[in-house]
Design a protein around this ligand. Structure first.
Ligand code: NAD
Length: 492
């Protein structure tokens, strides 16, 4: 095809929902005017696709295009809240293995209002795991459950990526953010792997913060952070805080990087309330497009576009979200803002720092070889030592439940503890503890060697059925090389 001969790179573009078509249209115009060597393949994803009966929100043509071009520029997509179809964004990120979400958040003071003029933080958010595994169940009348999955290879990949990114981009400090004082196994694994891999990067200052104080500090003294690596949900929240504190959520772009495919998008959503009004700021989407250009090896064009954008910002041509009296010169709409950037192509900012991507040519999209990023351990010796059986039971007395269970005779397992919402309520519960209809009964081995077989669990559950106990799930309790692979009950 002719675009291959001319060194033109095919890029899939999805305009998205809400303000998506306006900001994506504006950005595509800037890209085409900038001399970017692109062949744009438009595809539809999101609401219109759902409405045609494709429940994933992405049709076969869109999948085919993304898998072939391996580069997607995506407008924001509306996701139903509290029910309905799954998020197209999460589906794309997970299906295409886009494990690293890179979100730079920078202040452009004094042209964009911020209380933190020195702010320049890059957030690396894990993009595939955590509560975004999307595995949710209603278990009882009163209780819903969402599984938080954190894996060793997942942590290794994102932490390695963050350290490599820091080196490539001359960043000096990387802060790992978790909540491992509470989630000792899941967030604990992320922190542990950060410490392990950090040993290979003595040139980078490393620290760890608990997410609550980290969020407070990010909002108050963001200049204290250089780079952050964190899990999916914390990264989602922290990057919105960082973008807003830097000036506006409308200003930040993100790169979703995988081994084969990369997707570029603004960090904000589809802003349905301002859709169709020509007032949305296309800057976040443009920042994403600049990252895309670097990713596909057109750092020269990326530099040209970014400098034209900086020139536009410092000349006081602003969209409504960042407009401020006394600083801004003119308030423009989406289209006029894009026109101003196009007019400034070839210009450099005079007061803000001009960028020089072509010199550094830092390959943002550099992906890590799988064998470098992930080291698989020798499997541990795993012994089955008990089981947690979760029951849907409408009573209120843990003692009564314990009595019922004690009637069930098991040769290998004994009831050790009952918890309700994770808090121990038997033995020695206290009346103040609030209880729902969701009970966890922990059975431990009473065999001489302290181990059981899977058939012991099956037999226990079969007996429970006979006693009309409604079990809703079980979790095996295993030791790994003698170390318990399960948390204690609260208050145990
Ligand atoms: P949002 O980011 O769309 O909007 C939050 C606020 O920021 C609103 O006041 C909005 O007007 C403003 N805003 C956002 N982008 C702007 C821009 N470019 N210019 C000016 N102002 C801007 O967040 P929301 O309202 O929570 O979500 C709306 C929809 O977007 C939801 O369906 C949500 O699921 C979806 N969403 C999609 C993505 C994505 O596609 N990656 C990300 C986040 C949210």
């Amino acid at each position: 095809m002719s675009f291959q001969r001319e060194n033109v790179v095919p890029v899939t573009v999805a305009h998205g929902d809400g303000i998506g078509p306006e900001i994506t249209g504006a950005v595509v115009r800037i890209l085409l005017a900038s001399g970017a060597r692109l062949y744009i393949e438009p595809v539809q994803i999101g609401k219109t696709v759902y409405e045609c009966g494709v429940s994933s929100g992405i049709g076969p043509e869109a999948w085919e295009s993304v898998r072939r071009t391996k580069v997607l520029l995506k407008g924001p997509v509306t996701t139903p809240q509290g029910g309905g179809l799954k998020s197209v964004n999460v589906t794309l990120r997970k299906t295409m293995g886009l494990y690293a979400n890179v979100r730079p958040c920078q202040a452009y003071a004094p042209y964009v209002h911020t209380r933190h003029p020195g702010m320049d933080v890059v957030i690396i958010r894990e993009n595939e795991e955590d509560l975004y595994a999307g595995i949710e169940h209603r278990q009882t009348d009163e209780v819903m459950q969402c599984l938080k999955l954190i894996t060793r290879p997942g942590c290794q990949r994102i932490v390695r990526y963050a350290f490599e990114y820091a080196r490539l981009h001359g960043r000096k400090r990387l802060t790992c953010i978790t909540k491992d004082n509470i989630m000792k196994l899941t967030d604990g694994l992320f922190h542990k792997i950060f410490d392990e891999i950090g040993g290979d990067y003595p040139d980078i200052t490393q620290d760890h913060m608990i997410v609550d104080i980290a969020a407070a500090r990010l909002a108050d003294t963001p200049q204290d952070f250089d780079m952050i690596v964190t899990t999916n949900l914390y990264g989602d929240i922290l990057s919105d805080i960082a973008a807003q504190v830097a000036g506006s959520v409308g200003l930040a772009g993100s790169a979703n990087i995988g081994n084969d495919v990369a997707m570029f998008e603004a960090i904000h959503g589809s802003a349905p309330l301002i859709a169709g009004k020509d007032i949305a700021n296309p800057s976040g989407m443009l920042q994403a497009a600049v990252m895309l250009l670097i990713h596909i090896g057109q750092a020269d064009v990326a530099e040209r576009v970014q400098n034209a954008w900086l020139r536009t910002i410092e000349s006081g041509i602003h969209t409504e979200d960042v407009y401020q009296d006394g600083v801004s010169r003119v308030c423009v709409g989406t289209r006029a803002f894009a026109d101003a950037v196009i007019k400034n192509l070839g210009e450099k900012p005079q007061s803000l720092h001009a960028v020089a991507f072509a010199d550094s040519a830092a390959p943002l999209g550099k992906t890590l070889r799988e064998d470098f990023a992930i080291s698989r351990e020798t499997p541990a010796e795993k012994t089955l030592v008990g089981v947690d059986i979760f029951l849907h039971w409408g009573g209120n007395s843990a003692d009564e439940l314990a009595m019922k269970i004690s009637d069930i005779h098991s040769e290998s397992l004994r009831l050790e503890m009952i918890t309700n919402r994770g808090v121990k309520v038997w033995p020695d519960g206290v009346p103040e503890t609030f209880k729902t209809d969701h009970w966890r009964c922990r059975f431990k081995a009473k065999t001489p060697d302290g181990t059981i077989r899977h058939s012991d669990i099956v037999s226990l559950m079969a007996k429970m059925t006979g006693f009309r106990l409604d079990f809703i799930k079980s979790e095996n309790l295993c030791d790994f090389d003698g170390v318990p692979g399960y948390a204690m009950g609260q208050g145990q």
